[in-house]
Design a binder for this molecule. Sequence first.
Ligand code: GTP
Length: 236
Amino acid sequence: MKSIKYKRIMLKLSGEALAGKNGYGIDFQVAKRIAEEIKEIVKMGIEVGAVVGGGNIWRGRQGEDMDRTTADYMGMLATCINAMALQDSLEGIGVYTRVQTAIEMKEIAEPFIRRRAMRHLEKGRVVIFGAGTGNPYFSTDTTAALRAAEIEADLILLAKKVDGVYDKDPNKYSDAVKYDTVRYMDVLEKGLQVMDSTATSLCMDNNIPILVFGLDTPGNIKRAITGEKIGTLVTK
Ligand code: GTP
């Protein structure tokens, strides 16, 4: 068996990752495939925290004429729907999970309590963090960075449609070059499409490495945690 490089990780999935080809809503076939991949690493003893975006249901910027905070709160609710979908997919294949939300909705999920989250992780439960940070003006990338710092994750696994960080958009430019590693500061200075600047700064200040990788290739989550050379590693 390949050696495990990390003990506790934070997996960040975009909402679109759950949408599959439809680009909207939840494709449960896709959710199941992601759940199977998570199960594989849980079985290896990795402790997994997860944050899912909400873009497959609602994007804050969709509500152009809306009050920004209201639009953002709608996005936070969308992440809760996704968190529950992922929970259901995981539990359907026998993985223990807990959903904790930053906005209390006690009838549906536990409220976010850091010490409880830690206990769940230690017990091998996947903890899915819903409702973002609970505050408008913050992204789910920032949520992943914040919760990763709080649960003392060794790494953020940032799942993307593209398979790493490029010097320019690989969908537009055929000569785009992929980085193996890149510094947080480069991401900020060059405006590379990794995470927004708030999330990147939080990772930089707390020295949390980010592995950007493509989720479309099956088996990549396991490859990432066993230290196989995939994607792009963002570090100091
Ligand atoms: P341990 O203390 O490690 O045994 O954790 P536990 O989560 O199994 O214990 P607990 O008895 O607190 O929770 C049992 C179940 O209730 C779990 O499925 C929790 O997710 C759920 N639960 C706990 N608190 C809340 C809550 O505030 N709201 C909701 N909806 N469920 C909760």
